[in-house]
Ligand binder design. Structure first.
Ligand code: CA
Length: 491
């Protein structure tokens, strides 16, 4: 970790010598604006650039064409909150004991002391110190207690909801606009209860971009909750989808289309503000899709949200920065959501934490580092060690409690078929075991409640295990919910 004194030293440089070139390797005269767009439970196959066929995502595809598609882009966790904690902190979230989704206050496992630890240095704190104007818009999910609030983690503005999901229409329950001075504002006059939450987040993002004063760069964390359940989309979006008979997939497609349109509006606002060429943009999903529930597809991968097969962690992943990151390119080596943090700090001229979990991707995406991968290895682990995985080169080790570890060659078998048993004679297997064990030894233990992670029957059946009662409960709850287009509409 960087020391406070180092960070303040850079801050002093920024404040005292604003004309000094930013201390970055990218030869940027000015620090760029930084925009992270995070989708929620969007499937790997559900963007045009990953082969989507039954509807379209023209605006996300246009962003991808303006930048580089990371073909082997990963989330650092197979479900929501831990991935977001890693994004904020720029290091594996397990290092500070963040393995699970914080449960809402009404939940029997609610722990008021579980959230993004106040002592973690976040991207918003560091960029604020660099002189950035910052905002978080959308889903937070990093603790609902006051001490975990986005404004307590360095954001200048927050507009969104603190929990893990929200109704898309009944937004007065979740509407929170806070500014650093502590005022909580009512919804803007032009909105109403019947506005669609995805549109509201887009509206606020556009407003934030238009408010740019030109003197200070900005950082916007735009965390859409689309296309997470509940499956809700207004008629105008449902009408845009043609030829999909399954109502679940139809509503999902409408929700993704609404988000795609929103991303188009955000990109148009960047153009209008004259900011597009000076903005580093990332787009990714926080985890894989959960097809049986939200209708997502993770083709060609096995597994889904909650699973450490590729389908749970391999996500649509794009980086764009005009004139810096190669446009219209694809990057073939593994990168991870944590890298957004280091890349953004480096772009802003801030020191990158030396721990090394997160890597500045710009030299790799410019082709300056063709000879080596950004990461020697990548790691995943869910609470109570139900599942763990590691990847080095094309070799992946998958551990699921109650089964024998499997090793996959993702170069030859990206769909993770049978895999192979551990072979101590193979150097790749030994190296992965050693790397994983060294990583795990550095982690903070998980909490007792972390046994109740995101568990669904398919995860267990897929590896030949009987699902526990908790997973069956989850299934029964979802089976009771009838999905129809009418139920997707406002009440
Ligand atoms: Ca999610």
């Amino acid at each position: 970790m960087i020391s406070l004194s180092t960070r303040h030293c850079w801050l002093a440089l920024f404040v005292l010598c604003p004309a000094l070139p930013a201390p970055t390797a990218h030869a940027q005269a000015e620090p760029p604006n930084i925009l992270w767009i995070v989708a929620d439970d969007l499937g790997h196959a559900d963007v045009g650039f990953n082969g989507l066929e039954d509807f379209t995502t023209p605006h996300i595809d246009a962003l991808a064409a303006a930048g580089t598609i990371c073909r082997e882009g990963y989330a650092s966790h197979p479900f929501c909150a831990p991935t977001r904690a890693g994004l904020m902190a720029g290091r594996y979230q397990q290092r500070f004991g963040f393995y699970n989704n914080p449960k809402p206050p009404r939940h029997r496992d609610h722990d008021p002391d579980f959230g993004l630890p106040p002592e973690e240095s976040t991207i918003a704190e560091t960029l604020s110190e660099q002189g950035y104007r910052t905002a978080a818009i959308g889903k937070w999910h990093l603790g609902e207690a006051a001490k975990f609030h986005p404004l307590e983690h360095g954001f200048g503005d927050f507009f969104g909801f603190l929990a893990g999901w929200s109704d898309y229409y009944d937004t007065d329950l979740v509407w929170q606009r806070h500014r650093r001075d502590g005022r909580a504002e009512d919804p803007p006059a032009e909105s109403s209860r019947q506005d669609y939450l995805t549109d509201l987040f887009t509206d606020e993002a556009v407003r934030f971009i238009r408010e740019a004063d030109g003197d200070r760069p900005w950082f916007l964390y735009l965390a859409y909750n689309a296309p997470h359940t509940p499956l809700q989309a207004p008629q105008r979006w449902l009408d845009r989808i043609e030829g999909i008979d399954d109502p679940r997939r139809h509503i999902y497609a409408a929700m993704v289309t609404a988000m795609d349109d929103g991303i188009g509006r955000v990109r148009a606002a960047l153009e209008e503000a004259g900011s597009a060429k000076d903005t580093l943009v990332f787009f990714l999903s926080d985890n894989g899709g959960v097809g049986p529930v939200n209708g997502a597809r993770n083709d060609p991968f096995r597994g889904l949200k909650g699973s450490l097969f590729e389908g749970g962690i391999r996500v649509p992943f794009v980086a764009a920065w005009p004139g810096v990151i190669t446009a219209g390119a694809e990057y073939p080596r593994p990168v991870i959501s944590l890298d957004l943090h280091a890349t953004s700090l480096a772009a802003a001229g801030a020191p990158v934490p030396e721990e090394g979990d997160a890597v500045d991707l710009v030299p790799f995406l410019k082709g300056e580092e063709a000879g080596r991968p950004p990461h020697r290895a990548l790691f995943w682990r869910t609470g109570r060690s139900f599942q763990a995985a590691a990847r080095m080169g094309d070799t992946k080790r998958l551990h699921v409690d109650g089964t024998d570890d499997r090793f996959f060659d993702l170069g030859k078998d990206p769909e993770e078929g049978e895999g192979a048993a551990r072979d101590p004679a193979l150097a790749e297997h030994r190296a992965l075991d050693e790397a994983y064990e060294a990583w795990e030894a550095e982690l903070r233990p998980d909490r007792p409640s972390d046994a109740s992670g995101f568990k669904i029957p398919q995860q267990y059946r897929e590896v030949g295990l009987d699902p526990p009662e908790e997973a069956m409960d989850w299934q029964r709850r979802h089976d009771r919910r009838e999905v129809t287009l009418e139920k997707a509409l406002p009440k």
